[in-house]
Design a protein. Structure first.
Length: 85
């Protein structure tokens, strides 16, 4: 019996919405357009399965796009924070 590790692409699972790391320029536009600060965004840990998979680092922002029955598409943002492990 081998101890071969099976890899699974979490991003291909039907229940995982699209996650992308926001560029610095896009983040500045987001903050300006909505008059936001990073403290006002919901947080996501850098150890979150998807955050770790897309290699998001603390201080970055993740854009999450979900399918919506009413709006067709719902966009949310999360600020990546370091976990206490």
């Amino acid at each position: 019996m081998t101890s071969e590790k099976t890899t699974f692409d979490i991003m291909r699972h039907t229940l995982v919405p699209q996650h992308t790391i926001v560029s610095e320029e896009e983040a500045k536009e987001l903050f300006k357009e909505y008059d936001l600060t990073t403290d006002q965004l919901p947080k996501i840990l850098d150890t979150d399965s998807v955050a770790a998979f897309i290699e998001a680092k603390p201080g970055q922002i993740i854009k999450i796009v979900r399918k919506s029955h009413t709006a067709k598409r719902a966009v949310a943002y999360r600020f990546v924070v370091e976990s206490n492990k």
